[in-house]
Design a protein around this ligand. Structure first.
Ligand SMILES: *[C@@H]1O[C@H](CO)[C@@H](O)[C@H](O)[C@H]1NC(C)=O
Ligand SMILES: [Zn+2]
Length: 277
């Protein structure tokens, strides 16, 4: 299993309306405002509040381990409200994900005699440049196009050694069909000497529900909903903060957005449980 937290760690700090810190926005802001929404609802409409449960899971950024464990619980929700930064708008859908590695094996040699070896890095950067030039042919009317990111490059020993191994870790945010995208990648990369492609994960995109009276958006990221094994009749994605500051060195959440989110979560719960109110 890969455990890849979101780097780097940044400490908690409050400046004016901004609360800084790793996870403040993605996704503790959603958690805090969901808890407050339910707390207020327990006071204002206890009958409705009794119909709502909270489930928070670990491993969302890496391996779905939390939701996979939660799948063992006897939960049969009518509706799921997923909290991730959406700028307090209801997401119409979110993307899927395809993860793979490009493994390059070369032949080590003294760097003074490169002709006696075969550089795993040279082979690999050629593939990297091919990957970066791919224009995926498909698109989805709501989710748009598939986009590729080479997120990690590893390999080599030192400047005076022709490297024998290197690899890339690549993620594609899937708008269309993960296995068709994978076929496209394999076809375009082909079979260069010393290169192996290894699929590590493939998750479908998710189309979500909306209700009237909310602004909407499209999330170009994924959520753990892909790893949920049950079926909820309705599923929603909404949370305070912008995904554009998540995973950055300046991650923050606005206090005012947290307060708005509390109101929106309450409004959504009331709409779902008591459409007449
Ligand atoms: C990728 O390269 C790193 C550094 O050389 C190595 O530790 C790791 O095992 C490699 N991963 C794979 C899947 O080959
Ligand atoms: Zn994240």
């Amino acid at each position: 299993m890969f455990i890849l937290p979101v780097p780097p760690y940044i400490p908690y700090k409050v400046e004016g309306d901004k609360i800084y810190g790793r996870g403040t926005n993605d996704a503790k802001g959603s958690i805090a405002s969901q808890i407050m929404a339910l707390k207020e609802l327990r006071r204002e409409s206890p009958d409705l509040a009794n119909e709502v449960g909270l489930l928070y899971v670990v491993g969302e950024e890496s391996d779905c381990s939390g939701i996979t464990k939660a799948n063992e619980l006897p939960l049969t929700p009518e509706a799921f409200i997923i909290g991730e930064p959406t700028e307090n708008k209801l997401a119409l859908g979110h993307k899927g994900r395809l993860g793979f590695q490009v493994i390059s094996e070369g032949v080590a040699a003294h760097s003074g005699y490169p002709e006696l070896g075969r550089s795993a890095i040279t082979q690999l950067v050629n593939v990297a440049s091919v990957l970066n030039s791919i224009v995926f042919p498909g698109s989805h009317p709501i989710l748009g196009s598939d986009t590729l990111n080479i997120g990690l490059i590893q390999g080599g020993v030192a400047a005076n050694v022709v490297p024998a191994s290197a690899n890339l870790t690549v993620g594609i945010r899937i708008a269309t069909n993960p296995m068709e995208v994978w076929e496209t990648v394999q076809k375009i990369v082909g079979n260069p000497l010393g290169i192996t492609l290894k699929l590590t994960s493939a998750k479908e995109s998710v189309l979500l529900d909306t209700v009237e009276g909310f602004e909407t958006m499209v999330a170009k990221y994924g959520t753990d909903y892909n790893c949920y094994s049950g079926k909820a009749k309705k599923k929603f994605l909404i949370g305070p903060g912008s995904i554009l500051v998540a995973h950055t060195p300046n991650e923050y959440i606005l206090k005012s957005d947290l307060i708005t989110a509390v109101e929106l979560y309450k409004k959504l719960i009331i709409r779902l449980l008591n459409p007449k109110m």
